[in-house]
Design a protein around this ligand. Sequence first.
Ligand code: ADP
Length: 602
Amino acid sequence: MKKSAEKSRKIPLWKNTRRLFAMVWKYTPSYVICMVLEGVLWGIANSLGIIYTQYLFDAIGNGEPFSQVAKIIVAYGIYLIFFNLLHTLYWNLYNSWIRKKLQTCLHEELFRQAVRIDPEKYDDPEFYNDFVWAMDEAAPNVEGTVEATGKIINRIVASLTLTAVLFGVDVWMAVLIFILSALRIVLSFWANRVSLRYREEMNPLWRKSDYINRLFLLPDYAKDLRVSQVVPILHKEFRENSEQAEVLIRKHERKISVVWFMINFLYALGECGLLILMLYKASVLKTIGLGSLAVAVNACWKMVWLLRDFSDRITKFHKHGIFVDKMFVFLDSVPTLREGPEEAGAFESLEFYDVSFSYPAKDGERKEVLSGVSFSFRRGEKIAVVGYNGAGKTTLTKLIMRLYDPDGGQILYNGRPLADYTFDSLRNRMGAVFQDYRIFGATLAENVAGGVYHPSMEESVRQALRQSTFDEKAEVLKDGLDTLLTREFDKNGTQLSGGEQQKVALARAFYRNSDLIILDEPSSALDPDAEYALNRSVYDYADARTVVFISHRLSTTRHADRIYMFDSGKIAEQGTHEELMALDGKYAKMFRVQAEKYQRES
Ligand code: ADP
């Protein structure tokens, strides 16, 4: 695989942050308020400890009576108890709850967008990888940004109040600490800029290793990984990717460690100088008391910690920003397929006029898979679209369901372009079963109903299962209609065979009671007897409904009213089975080859 030449785009960090807070405010305004309040109050509280130390030491140094000193200690104790109570309530009760609430709202927004984006986007690997990343990482990184912002506010308030307290003690000490802090902040911003550039360069490498990880993780790939020779190639890719990452790590980490060493060295120098100055004033000049010395020592240590943490938070803020940006890129993806205002009425006719279509291919080019396709069918007809693999049959289905728009020509539903209708009204009129149907980790009844199931729907669900010839199997499942399918959520879930899954997917199409049923090779995983029973059932059930059978197994489609033979994206022949056999063309040849093969096998 060639080295990634991807150039990372510049992340609009501040614009994204403003937008992120508007989003968090929309879903959980109290989270934003509490985050700011917590940051400010906690920041002030940091300095209270220092003021307390000063009072305590000054009281002791001035020879105050024991009762007076004890009062100071008790007052601070009460304050600590109250503050810790507040702290526990905030973090353990409120914060966990509000974050869960935010996560739910965010995921719902992402789910809404996931079904809005053009199906074409799934063919763009860069977009797809970012999409998976956004879905996985959006919530923790949005929360991470909010939390990091709270901490940054906290550290700024704490540093400012600390500096103010120090002003009250000794102006020079305050000025020196202020200069040291400002220097450290400027230098750490610079260090962060280096880190950010580093992460941007690492981004494509992370993306690739993430993709390889996913291949080993997802059940869809498990079989192929075992039976193909792809594993050594993936290992090689992964290793090469890691080697490229190591080069980047060495290059940037060296620079970053030099910067951080300089920052810490300068700060240590400043800190020593400050303490020597304060000690000199306390023990030689005697111009400040014990309390002020304690404040100076304490404040120095606290300031070092605050500033180090401040830099860490800024780094985290940037890190979260990369993921947050991916989320916004995904949310901003505007679907190019636009729906029309009309409600699609009961199906009457579908017409293709000179339709052509191409998929995006490498380097921005397109690969034409359908050209000059013209045909039509009316209500009640049973139509077959046949041809070898890759002829363009499934693409035709996607165009009928308006998952894609054609590049040229027109598709009319009831005499009007598909684009005139709303997506929902159009797709609700159609029940489709694709080759790559999916069974969801839900009960059998929910899988058939295609959503929420209620006992009042039982009869319709059972009828759909009868029509797809799955009723007998449904009877023997341990929990009947409530049987949980797949082991995704429950290790005791029922794993159906490929053929059984197809029948459930078919039952879903029947349940919808659609006018137009499109069966895209739904019987490919069935044995010949089961396939025959299923087809009979479809014919019996379909009755006045329109059915489009798409298949490369011609035995399943010979009874259709009209057969369209596709070849290389064009309609090569059309007619009834008898007419096409009499024509003795491509269809007849394909049919004879399959019949011979079937006879040999049986
Ligand atoms: P069939 O259903 O007849 O087997 P398809 O309609 O699935 O054929 O595919 C027709 C052609 O379009 C094939 O060459 C296939 O490789 C290509 N194709 C299908 N889907 C995509 C896609 N998402 N992106 C790029 N090419 C595709």
